[in-house]
Write a protein that binds this ligand. Structure first.
Ligand code: AMP
Length: 193
């Protein structure tokens, strides 16, 4: 069993690197779930994409290529599905990965930025001391919707004197105009709805 997986591994990597699945094929692996988690929201479910080894690898390959082209020196992955793509891209590129989390999740001293939601507010945090002035950071997530989470993450970087190389996402919900909140940090998305 292990033997057959190991034999297949280089073939899968090769398939993904040649982008054997194009963006249309990748987007067909993302399922719309209407009215989740609340009425009126169409949730973009990426779990079928994760369950498709060639599709997932091709997605990571595309993200990694774009991040490499941006000149980013380190990656910031946003909780929680951003961790999946950020971690995979970081190992592919051999770049440091840092976790941006919801309040109270990181064990050491944190710095954070609050941001507004339609109803109420939220906050992103990162361990104090991991962001370095003058360094260039790629922000990675699965979806950019209103842009609030990514904008707060970009603000975290700027507050510490860092630069944002871009916000790299699998899916951009363009009709929500998230990029407008990002204050100059460009959005680089594989798929736009
Ligand atoms: P926002 O701050 O509005 O850009 O929301 C971005 C975060 O919420 C991302 O971390 C996404 O995982 C999640 N998210 C927002 N809208 C959706 C959606 N329609 N489908 C899936 N995830 C979403």
């Amino acid at each position: 069993m292990l033997q057959s997986v190991l034999v297949k591994l280089p073939l899968l990597r090769q398939a993904a690197r040649k982008n054997v699945l194009n963006i249309d094929e990748i987007s067909r692996l993302i399922v719309d779930v209407p009215d989740f988690p609340e009425p009126g929201v169409v949730f973009k479910d990426i779990t079928p994409l994760l369950a498709h080894p060639v599709g997932f690898a091709a997605t990571v390959e595309q993200l990694a290529e774009r991040i490499a082209a941006s000149g980013a020196e380190e990656l910031l992955a946003i909780e929680s599905r951003g961790f999946i793509f950020g971690a995979a891209a970081a190992t592919r590129l051999g770049l440091p990965l840092h976790l941006v989390r919801k309040p109270g999740k990181l064990p050491r001293r944190t710095i954070g930025v609050d941001y507004d939601l339609e109803y109420g507010s939220d906050r992103v945090e990162i361990h104090d001391g991991v962001l370095t002035a003058g360094k260039s950071y790629a922000i990675v997530d699965d979806v950019i919707a209103t842009g609030g989470t990514a904008a707060a993450t970009a603000q975290l970087v700027r507050d510490q004197g860092g630069d944002t190389a871009g916000c790299f996402v699998v899916i951009e919900l363009a009709f929500l105009n998230g990029h407008k909140r990002l204050n100059g940090c460009r959005v680089d998305s594989l798929i736009t709805f």
